[in-house]
Design a binder for this molecule. Structure first.
Ligand code: NAD
Length: 384
């Protein structure tokens, strides 16, 4: 059973891995897989997960990184073409909602750590189909917790289950205040309710069974490889294509934005240095009203595309509001800053510039996502 579904890019990776060694990229890869620390990263073909996988594969050459992803519409292996041949990387196509599969996978590989990002992540989709979010975000997380608990069978020394969550579990803020780690959960969308539920299960496994976990709640991410159903990449795409820029309501919704590579750096830090059974908020101290963000993006894009100033902003159109729309999210990231020394490495203007440059220099990535061609990448690898 597992053999059928456990299609890995292993063989191709080993062959191409020779190339890595020749190129010197592989210096430090001396160990066989069984001698390496095995880390399972779920959702590694998605937006944030792909940045985390890249960071771990390139930084920790004595780890073997298993990227488990179901390759839903949001999973894109074209995000990882630069590291797919690394000898310390294996892709596993599989679904976290399949309890037997997950259990077998843990039995087959003695994972020492789990970094869990796989999720249904789009609020609008959760309004259309809440049950899909319960299935993946709640049921899938509990499957992973069960498998880790069983595999580690109460010998928890050196083990770590890292659950990646969102600031949306805290609900909505008024015009003032910040979410801290002790803010009561008050989710408003089916997405945030499912993430809140999964967070509670992670804590419950920590309390009830002593499973060593860390949990982080992060604000909105942006950066390269972001699926263009989300605000920033959608608007970059629409500005290029001269299509309308649909802004919800009056545009006064406020979000705290963080560059995705800074989130990946924070995940690295918390995974290695965070205290067990602790929660950390991650955020950019970078609040923007949607309309101000869109105007900034339009002005950057005017410059990049050689358009007269103000041209792209003419594409802004106000559309009917999303039900249950939270007014404002803002994260207090003091704890991770003071206890682990983390802070964002780029300003929003710098991060947005990097992001826009990436989209403009990777038109094929965007084309493949828009056309759906990225969905064939796994099959085209020829290992199926
Ligand atoms: P994403 O939608 O880009 O990626 C999710 C990945 O999970 C995809 O590769 C998808 O194929 C995979 N996946 C979905 N269902 C699966 C299943 N049943 N089994 C295995 N894999 C499955 O999401 P993202 O934006 O990268 O978010 C990653 C995590 O970070 C999520 O847990 C999300 O809640 C959290 N988060 C996201 C943000 C943000 O701004 N994007 C902010 C804070 C926290």
């Amino acid at each position: 059973m597992l053999g059928v579904r456990f299609w890995v890019f292993g063989f191709g990776s080993w062959v191409l891995g020779v190339g890595y060694l020749v190129l010197g990229f592989g210096v430090g890869f001396g160990k066989k897989i069984n001698e390496m620390k095995k880390i399972l990263i779920t959702g590694g073909a998605g937006f944030i997960g792909s940045h985390v996988v890249r960071l771990f594969v390139t930084k920790y050459r004595d780890y073997h990184i298993y990227n488990l992803d179901a390759l839903t519409y949001a999973g894109n292996l074209e995000n990882l073409t630069d590291i797919e041949a690394a000898p310390n990387y294996t892709f596993v196509k599989g679904d976290i909602t399949d309890a037997d599969f997950i259990s077998e996978l843990f039995e087959q590989h003695a994972f020492e750590g789990v970094i869990h990002l796989a999720a249904e992540s789009h609020v609008d989709r959760s309004i259309e189909d809440p049950l899909a979010f319960v299935k993946t975000n709640v049921f899938g997380t509990v499957n992973l917790l069960n498998a880790a608990k069983k595999q580690w069978s109460n010998a928890f020394e050196g083990k770590r289950f890292y659950h990646i969550s969102t600031d949306e579990v805290y609900g909505s803020l008024g015009v003032e205040g910040l979410f801290t780690e002790t803010t009561a959960y008050d989710p408003n969308s089916p997405y945030s309710a499912s993430k809140a539920s999964s967070d509670h299960f992670v804590r419950a496994y920590g309390e009830t069974y002593g499973l060593p976990y860390v949990l982080t709640n992060c604000s909105n991410n942006y950066g390269p490889n972001h699926f263009p159903e989300k605000l920033i990449p959608l608007f970059i795409h629409n500005i290029i294509a001269n299509k309308p820029l649909p802004v919800y309501g009056d545009g006064n919704y406020t979000r705290d934005w963080l560059f995705v590579e800074d989130h990946a750096r924070a995940i690295d830090l918390v995974f290695h240095q965070g205290a067990a059974q602790e929660t950390y908020n991650i955020g950019g101290f970078n609040e923007w009203k949607n309309i101000d963000l869109v105007r900034l993006l339009c002005s950057i894009m005017d410059g990049k595309l050689g358009r007269r100033p103000g041209k792209s902003a003419e594409l802004i159109t106000y559309v009917k509001d999303r039900p249950g729309h939270d007014l404002r999210y803002a994260i207090d990231a003091t704890k991770i800053n003071q206890q682990l020394g983390w802070e964002p490495s780029v300003t929003f203007e710098q991060g947005l510039e990097i992001t826009v440059n990436w989209y403009l220099s990777h038109p094929e990535w965007l084309d493949h996502v828009i056309s759906g061609a990225y969905l064939n990448y796994y099959d085209l690898k020829g290992e199926k």
